[in-house]
Write a protein that binds this ligand. Sequence first.
Ligand code: 3HC
Length: 560
Amino acid sequence: MINTVGVIGLGTMGAGIVEVFAKAGLSVIAVDGSAELAERGKGFLEKSLGRAVSKGKLDEAARDEIVGRVSFGDDLAAMKDADLVIEAVPERLEIKESIFTTLDGIVREDCVLATNTSSLSITEIARATKVPSRVIGMHFFNPAPVQPLVEVIRSVMSDETLVEQVRELAERLGKKPVVVGDRAGFVANALLVSYLARSIRAYESGLASRSDIDAAMAAGVGLPMGPLTLCDLVGLDVIHEVCGVLYNATGDPSVASPSILRQLVTAGRLGRKSGHGFYTYDGVGSGTVVDDAATTAPAKPLEGKVGLVGEGDLVDALGSELSDAGVEVVRVVSADDAASVKDVAVTLAVDAVELDGDCCGGGCCGGDDASHGDVESGLEIGAKPVLRAVRDAIGDAGVIAALGEGSVETASTGDPTIDATVVPVVLHEKQRAGQVLEIGRSVAISDEAVETVRSLAVAAGWTPVVGKDRAGLVVDALLYPHLNDAAKMLDSGYATVEDIETAMKAGCGYPQGLFELLDEAGPDDVHGVLSEMHFETGEQHLVPSPLLTEHILADRTFRG
Ligand code: 3HC
């Protein structure tokens, strides 16, 4: 039975792990490299418990009892009484190896040696010890007191009874253990950090602004925080190190540490812990963002009415939503009443193909129903008469937001005079953090038109996300490769659907697992967007997993 644990390294993760053990009633020997670092670790624990006391979630006596279970110091010799020692020192193999070699001469023979490594090889760390069978990965997630996941990682040398003992210990701590083998990044970081690296690269390439990338994933998908905010929480140095490990293991350039990340780490801008990362904070260790040069100016208030083109349930619902938000709406259902939008600030055109009663207004097929199936939807042909009538009414500078699939191609009328102010938009489902209206930006569209649509979004109560007009815009362009990675991991036999769902939900606070999101989006839609993205960029990691194809052909979801 494990009752006394040692924790080595009292930074963000180490201090959080100390809190988890002490709260669960275990005695903790907490050690860092100097008396000052040990004192700092004690400060982290007291601050975290103090927050709980001030929220009324813990009384002062309980707090004192928890702190009383921990002894802080700077001497590894204190680990002689531990049943399990876990290290949470920086992600450098040589540091971890040296600590474990030293521990070999200190701890009891039956003591379990655990590492909280984010991604380094448990097998390599184990090899540096006298008894490799007692070395096991025990990977907590940030903030350790909050995230339920613990990845228990076995090497090929691990003693299975100890693996089981550590799994049981994680359960005693109130955590959700997932037992996995020793692969770079294990389950959660292999998936999460690949997605974070791609998000950083998307920011670096100007796909969207910093806050729009974050809003896309928080308000667009429902993740607890956007990827750049999350990088700042975890620590850019940690993300950089994990990227290095993933790249070395896979050779996949999409997981290599992005240039901007390397620059920020070199500059000492490590995220919240240094007060500056992708964002600027109001102090070291704070999560409160302050404005800086990269802060996007808020959208200007919308001045004027909104035209709403289209008919059907969706259009009615949008009309009500806009009216409820205090926006004055002018409805247009056919070319005949287009003149009524003459003075509006912006016109929202919905599914305009139906306005003419067929795909093309009779123009492309002479009304031959049999060929209508070739025209999927959107504004390509059928909308032309309506859009032209709307354009005639509003003038060349009038802005049309075309709600559809979200690319200039699908929103294109084929008429450049109309296209210059037709802005493709996609309205996503409402999430806890808001509802995203994605706005496609391209060389064909003026900045003023984009700004007007941002104003429309804010007036309607939506969160505007402006992205370069590329396959998947921002939300799907970040989400779908993440889902593809999960399918590839499943296909590789490393983890089950359940392991992957648990890892992302319990480790990273995802409200839905990746396969749940994949099934919801539909494997065929995910496959289609990935294929388009691959076509646009040639990037190998975007090739859809064969398992996606299999599920499409068999018409099967991933979660049964
Ligand atoms: N330490 C302790 N507790 C904390 C905390 C911290 N740093 N930050 C937040 N909390 C607690 C709060 O006190 C609050 O507790 P309560 O419900 O008892 O009052 C609870 O967490 C929720 O916090 P907030 O209400 O302030 O904020 P949110 O609801 O936005 O939650 C969050 C904050 C838990 C951080 C949430 O945004 C989240 O889950 N984000 C994703 C984090 C994530 O992905 N972590 C994994 C990173 S990868 C990793 O760690 C692996 C490593 O190897 C790289």
